[in-house]
Design a protein around this ligand. Sequence first.
Ligand SMILES: NC(=O)c1ccc[n+]([C@@H]2O[C@H](COP(=O)([O-])OP(=O)(O)OC[C@H]3O[C@@H](n4cnc5c(N)ncnc54)[C@H](OP(=O)(O)O)[C@@H]3O)[C@@H](O)[C@H]2O)c1
Length: 304
Amino acid sequence: MRILVTGASGLLGLNTALEASQQHEVFGSVNKNVIQSKTFTVIQSDLTEPGALEKLIDESKPDWVINCAALANLDACEANPALAEKLNSELPGKLANYVAKGGARLVHLSTDAVFDGERGNYTEEDKPNPLSLYARTKLSGEQVVLASNPEAIVARVNLFGWSLSGKRSLAEWFVNNLSAGNKIMGFTDVYFCPLLVNHLATLLLRMLELELHGLYHVVSSECANKFDFGVRLARLFGFDESLIEPASVSESGLSAARSPMLTLKADKLIRELGEPTPGLTEGLAGFYSQYRDGYPEFIQGMKV
Ligand SMILES: NC(=O)c1ccc[n+]([C@@H]2O[C@H](COP(=O)([O-])OP(=O)(O)OC[C@H]3O[C@@H](n4cnc5c(N)ncnc54)[C@H](OP(=O)(O)O)[C@@H]3O)[C@@H](O)[C@H]2O)c1
């Protein structure tokens, strides 16, 4: 297959392009962070520019598109609502339309944060209630994609892994601070079910192979609060876990609203796959073995 991964310099896009290029011909689009790769073709394109999306698709002629381009930082969205709207809502709609016309199949990435996190254990049937501008623009992106292209997959995810900057994911933040001996806060009242990004990439490719369509929760079968996630990571890496102080998100001073119980059920996907999605134990073990094998340095070395 020919696969276009947008946002191929981002945490999910980069790891997805690398995973996919083991079996497929991959084109990865980047914007400000230009990268070099031996296994996939890198195309620089600012997708907010008129005609850029059409040019990218015409150039890569994909069978499958995995849309990881987004304004995915909550505080950046609050600071720049027009750009958030453009990248998270308008662009996915345009992409879904254009891809549908050319006969390619699309996976569009969304987020667990479309829920308010009051209750937890959300299924695809539950009504979202986004709290932040980021989440509102992501929810509107989901809706416009499925309305324009019912054959598309919309995947609500949460993830961790190694990124180009070495600073993009919560797991990297724990590693960077704990390895430097810094005391940090771990929220005991924020729950999530993150997948190792490479496990997530493999699942997205599997979903395309299975020709699924519609809305899916693509998360880990195992959930945890962020404090426990940090402690488990610290134990695995041999860091001092007492550096992580249990805290409440209400004490954090973060400007964009965070949803507390973001536990999602992936049962719909699990039924299709015939097996559970990877758990946190498996995800953290994979993250640690990548660290031992020099994967973070490999990823960061892709930066031009
Ligand atoms: N990270 C998480 O924990 C998480 C959780 C839930 C859902 N998600 C969703 O997963 C998807 C991927 O997230 P991520 O964490 O991988 O994001 P990320 O690391 O912030 O990467 C975003 C990507 O979008 C690209 N991009 C930004 N503006 C662009 C523009 N104007 N034109 C073209 N490309 C542009 C960036 O390119 P440059 O860097 O080259 O400018 C980068 O490659 C998003 O849909 C996000 O909402 C992420």
